[in-house]
Design a protein. Sequence first.
Length: 85
Amino acid sequence: PKQTEEELSVEGHGTGWQFDSADAEGLKFGLWNALHTYKHYKDSWKKMMKRCMTTDFSWELSAKKYEQIFEWARMDSPSQNPWPF
């Protein structure tokens, strides 16, 4: 599954790396990108560390986002009844 981080770019945006496979290959891909950035793009790495330290990754923030989605779902009822009986 994709990670929740904003993809890091060489331009210095983002807080991590996204990868599609939650397996050894996906982990190697993410780790390789992290090590490559650390070794070859020191300035981007330092900026990313600062962004990560100031970003709210708490469950409280995530829970608020889920609550908002559920509120929207209640406001906009389905056009078709999912329970036909």
